[in-house]
Ligand binder design. Structure first.
Ligand code: M6R
Length: 588
């Protein structure tokens, strides 16, 4: 939530900052702004809306200066308005701050600052940071020291970038429970929430650990702990490339990412066997196992849990991360928590694993972003290798999670089954050809407002995922549930023409789902089957190829991703940037 970019260079930076903002726009997109330093002043331009619109109106790229910070916002404190957009400046205009996170004690801090004569111009929690740093800077005249002193007074989470009107050569950054990364380029240094912001300039990154701060110039990086102790950390090379974050010829990132899945499922299966074996061994030796994640990642976790329970006979639970602490009483030093996350920065997930660690549990993770906080705070992390996912909706990361989770379960079962993935990759290419049929279904059902997704057993999380995708991308009401639950209430909502998507591959639950299908039909539902078998009960069948049972969710979910995408487009929604949402949910 909220994207930060900063750059110190010996050339004008405003264009570079705006390019960087476009790359992290997925983190928040209600308003944006840039601040540069030149001629002993901080110059700020900002506005409401998407970056391209703000640029067209406010010409952010024309700001002068070789040092600057920029921000794209997902509002928390204070409505969406120009004055609440970042950067936020101190009343003496000597300090500007961009911030991702929430300052929990901002009300009391503000009261104190007002009493000391500071004037506030916004309703944000962020503005207190600018005033506090200004006070400290007047005392010490040292940017890093002033920032450290100010951040000590803050409760809550933050990643900040700070510039000073009389220091056109420096940006200071600090983080607590929100990501911040330094990019080391040739004659330019970056500070950002995500490597994507600077990947076109450099792939050399230094990840700040929690509670660290940094002062960057165009050719130096000074990193310190919250207590000011210097930290030496070498840059690491990030594997992602600029081509990974271009839309190619696709209309949207979401569509591109859906279409990449034949390749990304294969990439996900490229794991070091020793690491997978170590992951599996930790599960086998655990006294209790909790699998955790949020949103789509939680759905992948449900699939993992299902196989561990059913095939490996290992007792474990899948719990949404925001609720894991309700199970604290069951966590101890022989427990294992498996966290799944695309970004590795989701606040609920990080809070869940940190809580579990405090109780002595071992944390293992499956994550896409290699240098992310979750990856670094886990005892062992398996990477999804699916490249950056820019669309807010999780698509290729879900199918990659299913592949990696299956490899772990197979290792628990003592099986090594590499060839299933090659077959899966071909099947994914095949299932993507359902696109024209899916588009026709969207035309047919575009005026309906309620959709149901049902399935049984191992397929049930796919129903949840199909409903989540549709809600998120098209803003239509959708519910996912086990088909067995329909008769316990939801059936009352089914009337003539209600679209119900039933995921029902051949297998142990097939016949029972067909009974549910008949019950739905008898009440007038329009059934859309997702199956490898034509059973004659569906009004429309999205036929999917048969792959190994463990991988069926991958081929089943892809038509549902396409369905959500095409509904969004048909309803003039932007599928890459759904309203009210952000890609990385870094606040609680
Ligand atoms: O980065 P994470 O996998 O931790 O993100 C978790 C959820 O916020 C995410 O899956 C969200 O539900 C997606 N936007 C759904 O498409």
């Amino acid at each position: 939530m909220c994207g930060i970019v900063g750059c110190v260079s010996d050339e004008p930076v405003a264009g570079t900052l705006v390019d960087g903002l476009r790359r992290v726009e997925y983190r928040g997109y209600d308003s944006a702004g840039v601040a540069t330093v030149s001629g002993g002043r901080i110059h700020v331009r900002k506005g409401v809306g998407r970056i391209s619109d703000i640029e067209a109106k406010k010409k952010l790229t024309e700001l002068k200066g070789t040092t600057g910070i920029a921000h794209t916002r997902w509002a928390t404190h204070g409505g969406v308005s120009e004055r609440n957009a970042h950067p936020q400046t101190s009343c003496g205009d000597s300090v500007a701050v961009v911030h991702n996170g929430i300052i929990e004690n901002y009300v009391s801090l503000k009261r104190g600052l007002v009493a000391r004569g500071h004037e506030f111009r916004s309703e944000t929690d962020t503005e207190v940071i600018a005033h506090l740093i200004e006070e400290e800077y007047l005392r010490s005249k040292e940017p890093l020291r002033a920032t450290l002193a100010a951040t000590k007074k803050l409760s809550g989470q933050f990643a900040i970038g700070v510039v000073f009107s009389d220091r056109p050569d420096v940006i200071v950054g600090a983080r607590r429970d929100a990501p911040l990364i330094v990019g080391v380029g040739d004659g330019k240094t970056f500070l950002a929430s995500d490597v994507l912001a600077f990947i076109e300039h450099t792939d050399r990154s230094v990840f700040l650990d929690n509670q660290e701060a940094v002062e960057i110039t165009k050719d130096s990086v000074k990193m310190v702990t919250a207590n000011g102790r210097e930290v030496v950390r070498r840059p690491t090379q990030v594997a992602w490339e600029l081509a990974d974050i271009s839309k190619s010829d696709y209309a949207h990132y979401t569509l591109k990412e859906i279409n990449e899945q034949a390749r990304t499922v294969a990439g996900a299966a490229v794991q070091e066997p020793g690491r997978v074996a170590a992951f599996a061994k930790a599960l086998v030796g655990a006294s209790s196992i909790f699998i955790t994640g949020s949103g789509t990642s939680y759905h992948a976790g449900l699939l993992m849990k299902s196989r561990l329970n059913q095939e490996a006979g290992i007792r474990c639970d899948a719990i949404v991360s925001g609720e894991l602490r309700e199970h604290d009483g069951l966590l101890g030093d022989k427990s294992v928590v498996v966290a799944l996350s695309q970004s590795g920065e989701t606040a609920d997930v990080l809070e869940a694993v940190r809580g579990a660690k405090r109780r002595g549990a071992k944390v293992l993770s499956v994550v896409n972003a290699a240098g992310s906080t979750l990856a670094r705070e886990s005892e062992l992390a398996l990477l999804l290798n699916c490249g950056p996912e820019v669309g807010v909706a999780a698509t290729k990361s879900f199918t990659a999670q299913v592949v990696v989770a299956n490899m772990v379960v197979d290792a628990v079962l003592g099986k090594r089954r590499a060839d299933g993935v090659a077959q899966l990759s071909k099947a994914v290419a095949e299932v993507l050809k359902t696109d024209p049929l899916v588009k026709k279904l969207v035309q047919k059902y575009r005026d309906r407002s309620d959709f149901y997704f049902v399935a049984r057993g191992y397929q049930s999380p796919v129903a949840l995922e199909g409903a989540l995708k549709l809600k998120e991308l098209s803003y239509l009401h959708a519910e996912g549930m086990p088909a067995s639950e329909l008769k316990h209430g939801t059936l009352a909502l089914i009337e003539k023409g209600t679209p119900v998507v039933m995921i029902n591959p051949t297998g142990p639950n097939h016949a029972d789902s067909l009974s549910s299908a008949e019950e739905l039909r008898a009440r007038g539902a329009d059934l859309i089957g997702v199956s490898d078998e034509e059973d004659g009960v569906y009004r429309h069948l999205i036929r999917v190829p048969k792959v190994e049972d463990r991988f069926m969710p991958v081929v089943e979910v892809i038509p549902l991703q396409l369905l959500a995408y095409h509904f969004a487009v048909a309803r003039n929604r932007d599928p890459d940037y759904p309203r009210n949402l952000a890609k990385s949910v870094t606040v609680k």
